[in-house]
Every structure is written in C-alpha cells, then in structure tokens.
Design a protein around this ligand. Sequence first.
Ligand SMILES: O=C(O)CCC(=O)C(=O)O
Ligand SMILES: [Fe+2]
Length: 217
Amino acid sequence: MIQEDLELFEQLEFKENPLYEQIISDLLEKKYSIIDNFFEEAEVNILRESLLQKYEEDNFKKAAIGNRTNEIIARSIRGDFILWINEAKAGEAEKIYFEKINSLVNYLNRTCFMGILTKEFHYALYPEGTFYKRHLDTFQNDGRRKLSMVCYLNDEDWKPENGGELTIYTEDNGKEEEINIYPFPGRVVIFESQELEHEVKPVKVPRLSITGWLKTR
Ligand SMILES: O=C(O)CCC(=O)C(=O)O
Ligand SMILES: [Fe+2]
C-alpha cells in the first residue's frame, strides 16, 4: 500500500479502546494510572522466564545513577540489577511485550498528540534487601522522558508482606499523599516522568519487572 492509502486506511480503522481511554483520563486527572492484568498470566510467565534465564546467564548489571557516582553512593540509592532490552533484537518473549506497548503508544500518539518518538526499556531484578530511594526519573538527566512505565513480572503468589511497594508521591490540595502500589504480576503502572517522585520500598524476596520510558524528541 502506498503511504496515503495506508493513512486513510488507518483513519477508517480507528476504534476507540476503553482501556487506553481509561489510562488517558487517569493521566490527565492524577498523572498516574494503574492497570491490573495489562499482561495476561501466560504472557507474564513467558516474560518472567526470559528475565530469569538472562539473569542466570549473568547478563544483568548493577544499575547506576548517572555517571560519576561511586559504587557505595549508588548502592545506598538503588540496589537493583538491570538489563536493557533492544527492540530490534527482541526474542519471542520480548516481542509479546513490545506488541502491546506499541499498540498503546500508537493510540496515545494518535489521540493525544503525545509525540512519543522513542522508547527505552530494561528488565530489573531487585534482590532481597534492596530498594530504590525516592527520586524523579529525570534525575537521569533525560528531559525527554515523558511517561514512565513499570510492568511487574512476579509470580502469582506475591504477597504484600514481601514489601517492594512502588510508592508514588502526589499532591492533594497542597498536602502530600502517598500511593502504595504492590508489584502484582501483570500489573502495569504508568506515570508522568517529569512530575511524580516515587520510590521502591525494600523487598524481602527478589522482585521482577520491566521498567521503561516513552520519550519525546
Ligand atoms: O520498579 C518500580 O516500581 C519503579 C522503578 C523505578 O522507579 C525506576 O527504575 O526508575
Ligand atoms: Fe523511577
């Protein structure tokens, strides 16, 4: 199909998506959205296996916090291990992930003129006893980060006692409020990267996720 036909086809094709509409209205209203079962159990299982296999193959690195910080300081801020995911080299598991993400990104760009041009994602594993202190995702010095997205890959019996809540700090009439979000499997949290400070509370058992950013140019 030539480009013009393709565009016309896409316009005709457009269908309102209630889930994506909910995400958009959440973001407008409170700057974050929590979506349970964004990924189905079977999808989460495939992604978890892929993460664990790569972790066991020793492909993960200690996450850093910018360039010149030393190891000890970094460890007192965040203790997770990460592996960046290259979409162009995505395996079967990661293809499942990107298919859903791209569908959402296309919808956001089409309906909200968000202008998301690039994305970056990494697997993350927080070993027992680790955390990520309160921060803004732009402290990575990346002003192009527009939306942060976290997808949890823990297994079905993740319990609140395991800790590892994502705490988002919001403001309600000038008063700070804490939103505590448990990393249940298949759950996705999306929030405004430039606006909301957040932290990961200490975990008592390894905590698995994919974290990423949707970026403007
Ligand atoms: O894993 C989470 O819930 C959040 C992770 C996070 O804040 C980050 O990687 O910047
Ligand atoms: Fe963060």
